[in-house]
Design a protein around this ligand. Structure first.
Ligand SMILES: Nc1ncnc2c1ncn2[C@@H]1O[C@H](COP(=O)(O)OP(=O)(O)O)[C@@H](O)[C@H]1O
Ligand SMILES: [Mg+2]
Length: 249
């Protein structure tokens, strides 16, 4: 038997009322691959990511994660979702809890780990993302970059097989972006399977195995970073890259 794709999306459509947002998306990610999804605002990138872990129900098409069809009505969505870590633009930490508690809570509630075990794993992961010294801090006492790294630690503590990132650095002050990208780069080097929606072209160029350019709910082109960012074939891709690479025109 061949190893299944980590993510396999087939003819995915999603509409919100009359708004046909995803218009037949096909793509796969293999275990250990890093795929960056780029494209203008409103092109459906977040919706695609949210369909991959069924935060949104596709209108049509199929989504498989590690060979399990999530669009099968009988599938145990929660079991599959547990294999998927998700990191959002907004960090969504609990404001009344410390960094340590934020990383422990789902381990205890969802994975039923003991408090002691959850704490050990939380500390390991906070160390790993470089905020081990901030265990006792509440989110308001942390910079945006530190909060996002706590959010990444929280996802990693659940031992996911793959990670989805939705513009993880877009809400950060420019000087804090690098620390978060460094953590993501390290994860990629360790072999984590990652689907990353981002406007960070430097990161996409250096870390991605594949870049997918979306516009208007379709994949316009995809390929290696050298192909899609270095030598785009479609005018829509070129126009987008001009805007992100030279925002001041
Ligand atoms: N939950 C929702 N309900 C209604 N419309 C939505 C919802 N989520 C996204 N949309 C619409 O889908 C389109 C694509 O949005 P989105 O996937 O967020 O794009 P992107 O992440 O590329 O900026 C937009 O027109 C947006 O208004
Ligand atoms: Mg988005």
């Amino acid at each position: 038997m061949t190893t299944p794709h980590a993510i396999d999306v087939r003819n995915l459509h999603k509409s919100f009322g009359d708004n046909h947002v995803l218009k037949g998306i096909d793509f796969t990610i293999d275990p250990g691959q890093v795929v960056c999804v780029i494209g203008p605002s409103g092109s459906g990138k977040s919706t695609l990511l949210r369909c991959v872990n069924m935060l949104e129900r596709p209108t049509e098409g199929k989504v498989f994660v590690e060979g399990v069809e999530l669009t099968d009505p009988d599938v145990d969505i929660d079991a599959v979702r547990r294999r998927i870590g998700m990191v959002f633009q907004q960090f969504n930490l609990f404001p009344h809890m410390t960094a340590l508690q934020n990383v422990m809570i789902s381990q205890q509630r969802v994975l039923k780990r003991s408090k002691k075990e959850a704490e050990i794993i939380a500390r390991e992961n906070l160390d790993k993302v470089g905020v081990g010294a901030k265990c006792a801090a509440r989110p308001a006492e942390l910079s945006g970059g530190q909060q996002q790294r706590v959010a990444i630690a929280r996802a990693l503590a659940m031992n996911p097989d793959l990670m989805l990132f939705d513009e993880p650095t877009s809400a950060l002050d420019p000087e804090l972006v690098g620390d978060v990208l460094m953590v993501m780069r390290k994860l990629a080097e360790e072999g984590m399977t990652m689907m990353v929606v981002t406007h960070e072209m430097g990161f996409a160029r250096e870390v991605a195995d594949r870049v997918v350019f979306m516009d208007g709910g379709v994949i316009v082109e995809e390929g290696t970073p050298a192909q899609v960012i270095g030598d785009p074939q479609h005018e829509r891709t070129r126009a987008f890259l001009r805007r992100v690479l030279h925002p001041e025109g």
